[in-house]
Design a protein around this ligand. Structure first.
Ligand code: DQA
Length: 164
């Protein structure tokens, strides 16, 4: 069974309690159950991780992501400045879908930069927890379209340049 890696960055452990008017009232455990259910329906195995520490996220990705079909990641605030996480995702050369519960472009200016998103195949923002469902669907579509890692002729990231 193909596996997808799902990563939640800093402060996402506080979901449900943290600014619920922005991030919703569902807890991270609840969200992860939705992620597991959706992955199951897509026939995908899922490996879920949350950390408040940039280095732990990078260690996890380096260990767990190789061999997977792709990465769904909400890097939280790291999205806006982490060159180390950007480099990690580039090095892994897998299809990445970045997710934001809120729409950072509709918020403070300092959230408008998305450094990590530059390493992603696409970004889903502003749809709350449903963004994770959409992102998993995107990875499943990459797989069935032959765009995911291991598919011939693509490293997953550059697929858009290869479409006719
Ligand atoms: C977030 C948006 C980021 O700006 C913020 O720092 C987060 C959550 C989101 O899911 O909307 O921690 O990634």
């Amino acid at each position: 069974m193909k596996r997808v890696v799902v990563v939640h960055g800093p402060n996402l452990n506080l979901l449900g309690k943290r600014e619920p008017h922005i991030y919703g009232t569902r807890s991270l455990d609840d969200l992860n159950q939705t992620v597991r259910d959706k992955a199951g329906r897509l026939g995908l195995d899922v490996s879920v991780f949350q950390s408040n520490h940039e280095g732990e996220i990078i260690d996890f990705l380096q260990k767990e992501a190789p061999g997977s079909a792709g990465i769904v990641i909400n890097p939280g605030a790291l999205s806006h400045y982490s060159l180390a996480l950007y480099d990690c995702l580039q090095a892994l050369a897998l299809p990445v879908v970045e997710v934001h519960l809120s729409n950072p472009l509709a918020r403070e200016d300092f959230r408008h930069a998305d450094l990590v998103g530059g390493a992603a195949r696409g970004v889903v923002s502003g749809f709350g927890w449903k963004g994770y469902v959409l992102a998993l669907q995107a990875v499943a579509d990459f797989l069935s379209d032959g765009e995911a890692a291991g598919s011939s002729g693509s490293d997953g990231r550059s697929a858009e340049h290869e479409q006719t």
